[in-house]
Design a protein around this ligand. Structure first.
Ligand SMILES: Nc1nc2c(ncn2[C@@H]2O[C@H](COP(=O)(O)OP(=O)(O)OP(=O)(O)O)[C@@H](O)[C@H]2O)c(=O)[nH]1
Ligand SMILES: [Mg+2]
Length: 222
């Protein structure tokens, strides 16, 4: 039997998403729950990075994950194997979550007793960037095979993220990917973004990322 819920999310009825997002953030602050919105293209390594993140932080933080996809529950299954609380959200064909949809997910997960809830958003570099989910921080993953020019082509996504993880560094020798050029392209869109090269597969660079996340959760929950 499955030990996680699969929730069909209803399309949002609220016209002003930004107001709903601010409201949700305020409620999360009161409950001392840190919500992280993790975004990327399909297959950049969100779930693999989450598994590494949970293993690194599970002794100091109580963690829950909301896996948002158009269909399937493979990612929730993967997360449950780490021991973290998980829920699979189906977006009814939508390529993003807004604040009200995120609220439905949180109600399904029940964040009582959790310090950190991570939303793995639908794999997409365009739509998720257009909707504030109510998260405290936005983080994205760009993987080496996607190319160092993506910050130029998808400016909004890079401009709204606090951290850009550059994943799949282990395959750098096989791709025409210039790490310095990529940093420059990210800085053009967002001079304040924290940029951390990682390999989720080889577990490289994970500590710098989980140190950043652990500190961010602590300062939110103080
Ligand atoms: N070489 C390499 N492969 C990786 C790395 N991280 C993830 N992968 C592989 O990339 C593929 C996709 O990884 P996922 O973690 O499922 O990616 P995702 O972003 O969660 O995918 P969706 O949820 O479908 O959008 C899998 O085959 C992973 O094993 C990495 O650091 N290096
Ligand atoms: Mg995934």
């Amino acid at each position: 039997m499955k030990d996680y819920k699969v929730l069909e999310i209803k399309t949002s009825v609220f016209a002003d998403n930004n107001i709903q997002a601010e409201k949700l953030r305020g409620e999360l602050k009161e409950k001392k729950v840190f919500l992280l919105n993790l975004m990327s293209s399909p297959g950049s390594g969100k779930t693999t990075t989450l598994v590494r993140t949970i293993h690194a932080l599970k002794d100091e933080l109580s963690i829950g994950v909301m896996e948002a996809d158009i269909d399937s529950d493979v990612d929730a299954q993967t997360i449950r194997q780490t021991g973290a609380k998980a829920i699979q959200l189906h977006t009814g064909g939508m390529c993003h979550l807004d604040a009200e949809m995120t609220r439905q997910g949180l109600e399904g997960l029940d964040p009582e007793g959790l310090d950190l809830v991570i939303l793995e958003n639908v794999g997409n570099l365009v739509c998720p960037a257009e909707f504030d989910t109510g998260a405290v921080k936005n983080v994205m993953i760009l993987s080496v095979p996607e190319g160092d020019d993506k910050p130029l082509k998808y400016p909004l996504m890079f401009s709204i993220c606090d951290v850009v993880l550059i994943n799949k560094m282990d395959v750098l020798p096989y791709f025409n990917f210039d790490l310095e050029k990529c940093r420059e392209n990210i800085r053009l869109r967002n001079p304040n973004a924290v940029i951390i090269p990682i390999s989720a597969l080889k577990e490289e660079g994970i500590e710098e990322w989980t140190d950043w996340l652990g500190d961010a959760v602590k300062s939110w929950c103080e």
